[in-house]
Design a protein around this ligand. Structure first.
Ligand code: SF4
Length: 148
């Protein structure tokens, strides 16, 4: 069993109420091989919601208390929501003894090789991706489908 970002499996969990479905991941879920999760929804945020970006660092820095997740328009601090959602994903991963996760790159929660800040792609992990790696789970970008 794998974890997969819910938006990759076709669920409308993105901040704007859309998805970024890739047929391959939808098929994995349909076959019972992957479980879709959305850390931002699990952290109590609504959909649609204000888009969030990480400031002063990446997800690892958020976990260390050095960076924050801030609303792009309002400047509101959503750090606790991203941390709460990450804890819930970690619980699910532990329950199912998950070893590998395929996460949507670029997201402040799910980004696995880069996170978007403004129009830039900054190298680093999202908050949930960083926590899963800390827990010993292999986190791969949605671009790396051939490794299965
Ligand atoms: S938090 Fe992750 S699963 Fe949820 S919409 Fe964003 S990229 Fe997709």
């Amino acid at each position: 069993m794998f974890l997969v970002s819910a938006c990759l499996a076709g669920l409308n969990t993105r901040y704007d109420g859309t998805n970024c479905c890739k047929r391959y991941f939808k098929s994995l879920v349909a076959q019972g091989k992957a479980l879709p999760v959305c850390p931002e929804q699990l952290g109590g945020l609504p959909t649609p919601r204000e888009p969030v970006e990480l400031v002063r660092g990446d997800g690892k820095s958020v976990l260390n208390g050095r960076a924050k997740a801030i609303g792009k328009k309002s400047g509101k601090n959503y750090t606790q929501n991203l941390l709460r959602g990450t804890d819930e994903v970690l619980k699910i991963a532990a329950m199912l003894k998950i070893k590998k996760a395929f996460l949507k790159d670029g997201s402040p929660s799910c980004g696995s090789s880069y996170i978007k800040v403004g129009n830039k792609k900054n190298k680093g992990k999202g908050v949930t991706a960083a926590a899963l790696i800390n827990a010993g789970i292999k986190v791969l970008s949605d671009d790396i489908m051939e490794t299965l």
